[in-house]
Design a protein. Structure first.
Length: 226
C-alpha cells in the first residue's frame, strides 16, 4: 500500500450564518464539538470532530474584514459567495508539509492568532488556491487528530453516534473545471478522491465509519445538508 506523505486534517464548507446545514448534521446524529470566531478574518465556525479529522461549517461574520487587504489572497470572501459567484465553497486542510507533495505555498498568519506566538506558526496555503474556483488547500504546523486533542478542546466527538472516523473523502468538480496541479498532487499523497461532474455544481462526500470498521453513513455536501 502506498505510504501517504500528508493526512487530511479537516474539511470546511461555507454556509450562511448559522445556516440550516448545522441542524441537518444534528438530525443525522452528529454532535457539535466546538464553535470558534476568527476576529480579523471575518469568519466563524462550528466543528464536528471525528477521531481522525473534523468537518468545519464556516460562515462570514464581517465582509469588511474578509475583504481587507490582509485577507485578499485567501479568497475567503469569494468562496463565501459561492451560491452567487459559482466559486468553490470547500477547503481541505492537511497535516504535514505540503512541500513534501511538491506543492508551492505561501505563508498565511491569521489575524486571530495571538501576537506572542512564534512567526513560524503560520498556515501553508497552496498558491493554486489563489483561484477561488479551486478548493482552498492548506496545512497548519503541529496539527494533530481530534482523538489526540486535550480534553478541554476535544469536547464531544462522534463516538456517541456510533462513528469513529470519517473516511473516503470525494471532491466533485463541475463540468468544465479541472482540479489544479496542487490538488492532484495532494490527492495522490493523501488518498483524497476526485471526480468530474456533469453539472455546474461542486460537491463533496464523506463516509462515516463505525467502530467495527464498516461505513454506515455518507454525508453529501452541500445537497445532503439542507
Amino acid at each position: 500500500m502506498k505510504e501517504h506523505r500528508v493526512e487530511i486534517d479537516h474539511l470546511f464548507m461555507f454556509i450562511e450564518p448559522d445556516g440550516p446545514e448545522i441542524d441537518a448534521l444534528k438530525r443525522q446524529g452528529l454532535t457539535e464539538t466546538y464553535r470558534r470566531a476568527h476576529p480579523g478574518q471575518g469568519t466563524a465556525n462550528v466543528c464536528f470532530g471525528f477521531d481522525n479529522l473534523y468537518l468545519e461549517l464556516l460562515w462570514l461574520t464581517s465582509e469588511a474584514e474578509a475583504r481587507s487587504p490582509a485577507m485578499e489572497r485567501t479568497r475567503l470572501w469569494e468562496r463565501s459567495q459561492w451560491r452567487r459567484l459559482g466559486t468553490c465553497p470547500f477547503g481541505v486542510a492537511f497535516r504535514g508539509d505540503l512541500a513534501s507533495a511538491g506543492v508551492p505555498t505561501w505563508d498565511y498568519r491569521p489575524p486571530y492568532l495571538p501576537s506572542h506566538l512564534p512567526l513560524d506558526m503560520s498556515i501553508q496555503v497552496a498558491t493554486d488556491s489563489d483561484d477561488p474556483m479551486q478548493p482552498m488547500l492548506f496545512s497548519f504546523p503541529g496539527s494533530t487528530a481530534p482523538s489526540e486533542w486535550p480534553a478541554e478542546r476535544r469536547g464531544r466527538l462522534q463516538t456517541g453516534g456510533g462513528w469513529s472516523q470519517a473516511v473516503g473523502l470525494t471532491l466533485r468538480f463541475p463540468a468544465g473545471t479541472a482540479p489544479s496541479a496542487a490538488l492532484l498532487a495532494l490527492a495522490a499523497a493523501s488518498g483524497l478522491e476526485l471526480e468530474q461532474g456533469e453539472g455546474p455544481a461542486y460537491g463533496m462526500a464523506l463516509d462515516l465509519m463505525g467502530a467495527d470498521g464498516s461505513v454506515t453513513k455518507t454525508l453529501v455536501m452541500p445537497d445532503g445538508l439542507r
